[in-house]
Ligand binder design. Structure first.
Ligand code: AHR
Length: 529
C-alpha cells in the first residue's frame, strides 16, 4: 500500500472541474476522507487475459419463490406476463445482459426427472420438492419454459443433470431431447411439444454437490460415476456441451485432485461452490439486515477467502492439466444468511443490502484475477433466493443492491484484464478481523475504453484515490457509484430506489484521475481515449 500526501491534482486547474461537480460530489461523498489520497497505478500497458463474460452468470433453482412467482406466474396470472413469464422481472433481467443461466438446481437437480417437465402442463406430474420446504412441484416450468427464458434474455443454457437419483440413460436422453437434429423419437417428441429446432446446450453439469445433497459420495466414487455418466452424454457436432464435474466447496482440493487425476478425457470443467456466511457458523449465520459492524467486516473477510480457495484448486489443475483445458466453474456463490422472519425458512429468502453489493464487487475483482482458469461463476440465485438480483412480492419487484453491482460491472464482460498496482490496499480492522480498505480492478473494454472498479470496504470512512494511468491517454472520464446511508441500506417494495447508482465525481488531469469514494461503496470509472 502506498498512501501519499494530498495529491497535487487537488490543487491544480482540475480543481475547477471538481468544484463544478461539487453538487454531485456532495451526493456521492457524504463522509470526510482522511487527509491523504491512496495512489494506484493502472497498467494498461500490460494487457492480460480476456475477462470471460461467463463470470457474470446466474443460477436459478426450483427453490422457494425463485422460479414460481419470481420468474414464472403462468399465463392466467393477473401479474402482467408473456407466455407465463412476468414482464417486470424479465425486463429487469434483460438489462443485465446475463451471459448464462444454470438450471434446474442445485440440490433439486439430483431429484429432477426431466420427463416430468415436458408436454401439456395440465398433464405434468406433481411431485414434492423434498429439499426446499416439502412443497408441491407442479412442473409447470420445465425444459421448454427454461429455454424460452434463456432465449428471451439472450442468454445461454447451463443444464445441471441428475446423477444422484437418475440413470446415465435418463441424462443421455435429456440431452438427446434437447439437441437431436434428426428424426429420432425424442426429437419428434420435442417437436410435438412445440420446438422444431434443437436448442443450443453449451454447458452440462454432471450432478451437483455429489458430496452432499447430490448423493453423499466420496471423491473417488464420484470420479468413477462421472466417467460413466459423461461417456453417454452425446450430442450432434457443433452442439456438444462442455461437461462439468461436481467438486468441492472450500480450501480442500481432494475433489479436484480425484477428478483431475482420475478422469483422462471428457471433462471440461470442475465445479466449485462457495457461500459467504457472516459468522462462518452454519447454525447461526447472521442476519441480512440489522447486523453490527463486526458482521459487516467478517462478511467481507469471509467472502475474500474464495481467492485462496480458487488458487489452491488451480494449483492442482496446473499440475495435472498444464495446457489449461479444464476450467473451474464456480457455479454457486453468494451470501447466505439466517432465514428472514415471516418467510418459509426452506425458501431461503433474504434481504439484500449495500453489504451484498460490496460482496459482489469484491468477488468480481477476485474473479477477474483468476479468469485464465476460472471459466464461469454463477451467483446464487437470480430471484427471491439467497443473494438475489431481484426480489418480488405480489406484483411488485425491487432491483437489489447486488443487481446494481452487476449493472455497474457490465463493461468488464469480455474486456481485457489490466493489472492495477496495488489491487488491494489499506487496512480496515475491527476487533481481530482485518480487511483491505480499498479493492480495485481494471480492464480495457471491447469498445477500447478503460474501466476501473473501486470498492471502499470501510464502514464509515471515505477514501480519496489518485490513479495513474500507464499506457492509456484518457480524454474523458465518467463514474457511477453505489452506496448506502448505513451498512445495511437496502431497497424495499415501499422504497425501491434507496440504493441505486449515482454519478461519481471524477477529475481528470493529464494522465491521471482522482475521485472520492464514499464509505461502503462500489464505483466504476470509465475513461475514454
Ligand atoms: O443454492 C442453494 C443450495 O445450495 C443449492 O441447491 C445447493 O447446491 C447448495 O448447497
Amino acid at each position: 500500500m502506498k498512501r501519499i500526501g494530498r495529491n497535487p491534482l487537488w490543487h491544480s486547474a482540475s480543481r475547477a472541474a471538481v468544484v463544478c461537480l461539487s453538487l454531485l460530489s456532495l451526493l456521492a461523498a457524504p463522509a470526510a476522507a482522511a487527509d491523504e489520497a491512496i495512489e494506484l497505478r493502472v497498467r494498461a500497458d500490460q494487457p492480460g487475459d480476456t475477462i470471460s463474460r461467463y463470470l457474470y452468470g446466474q443460477f436459478a433453482e426450483h427453490l422457494g419463490r425463485g422460479i414460481y412467482e419470481g420468474i414464472w406466474v403462468g399465463e392466467d396470472s393477473e401479474i402482467p406476463n408473456t407466455r407465463g413469464f412476468r414482464n417486470d422481472v424479465i425486463a429487469a433481467l434483460k438489462e443485465l445482459e446475463i451471459p448464462v443461466i444454470r438450471w434446474p438446481g442445485g440440490c433439486f437437480a439430483d431429484e429432477y426427472d426431466w420427463r416430468d417437465g415436458i408436454g401439456p402442463r395440465e398433464e405434468r406430474p406433481v411431485r414434492i420438492n423434498t429439499h426446499w420446504g416439502w412443497v408441491l412441484e407442479t412442473n409447470a416450468f420445465g425444459t421448454h419454459e427454461f429455454f424460452d427464458l434463456v432465449e428471451m434474455l439472450g442468454s445461454e443454457a447451463y443444464i445441471a443433470g441428475n446423477v444422484g437419483s437418475g440413470s446415465p440413460r435418463d441424462m443421455a436422453q435429456w440431452l438427446e431431447y434437447m439437441t437431436a437434429d434428426n428424426d429420432t423419437t425424442l426429437a419428434r417428441l420435442r417437436r410435438a411439444n412445440g420446438r422444431d429446432e434443437p436448442w443450443k446446450v453449451p454447458f452440462f453439469g454432471v450432478g451437483n454437490e455429489t458430496w452432499g445433497c447430490g448423493g453423499n459420495m466420496t471423491p473417488e466414487y464420484y470420479t468413477d460415476l462421472y466417467k460413466r455418466y459423461a461417456t453417454f452424454l452425446k450430442a450432434p457436432e457443433g452442439n456438444r456441451p462442455k461437461r462439468v464435474a461436481s467438486a468441492g466447496w472450500d480450501h480442500h482440493t481432494n475433489w479436484t485432485e480425484a477428478l483431475a487425476s482420475g478422469v483422462e478425457r471428457g471433462i471440461d470443467g470442475i465445479s466449485h461452490h462457495y457461500y459467504t456466511i457472516p459468522s462462518g457458523v452454519w447454525a447461526k449465520k447472521g442476519n441480512s439486515t440489522g447486523f453490527p459492524e463486526e458482521e459487516w467486516v467478517s462478511t467481507l473477510d469471509r467472502t475474500m477467502l474464495i481467492d485462496g480457495y480458487l488458487a489452491a484448486n488451480e494449483a492442482v489443475l496446473d499440475e495435472h492439466d498444464p495446457e489449461g483445458e479444464i476450467g473451474i466453474y464456480l457455479d454457486e456463490w453468494g451470501t447466505w444468511y439466517d432465514p428472514e422472519g415471516g418467510h418459509e425458512p426452506g425458501f431461503l429468502y433474504q434481504q439484500n443490502s449495500i453489504r451484498d453489493a460490496v460482496v459482489a464487487a469484491l468477488n468480481f475483482h477476485i474473479f477477474h484475477r483468476h479468469t485464465a482458469r476460472l471459466h464461469m461463476a454463477n451467483i446464487a440465485q437470480t430471484v427471491n433466493v439467497l443473494q438475489a438480483v431481484v426480489l418480488t412480492e405480489g406484483d411488485r419487484i425491487v432491483r437489489t443492491p447486488t443487481y446494481w453491482a452487476f449493472d455497474l460491472y457490465k463493461p468488464f464482460k469480455d474486456a481485457t484484464f489490466v493489472p492495477i498496482e496495488p489491487g488491494e490496499t489499506g487496512e480496515y480492522s475491527l476487533g481481530e478481523v482485518s480487511v483491505p480498505q480499498l479493492s480495485a480492478t481494471a480492464a480495457l473494454t471491447v469498445e477500447g475504453d478503460l474501466v476501473v472498479g473501486l470498492v471502499n470496504l470501510h464502514a464509515s470512512e471515505a477514501i480519496d484515490v489518485a490513479v495513474d494511468l500507464e499506457g492509456f491517454a484518457a480524454a474523458k472520464a465518467s463514474g457511477r457509484v453505489l452506496m448506502g446511508d448505513s451498512i445495511d441500506a437496502h431497497n424495499t417494495f415501499e422504497n425501491p430506489n434507496a440504493v441505486k447508482p449515482e454519478v461519481l465525481a471524477v477529475s481528470l488531469d493529464g494522465g491521471d484521475f482522482t475521485a472520492r469514494l464514499p464509505p461502503r461503496s462500489v464505483s466504476v470509472v470509465r475513461l475514454r481515449p
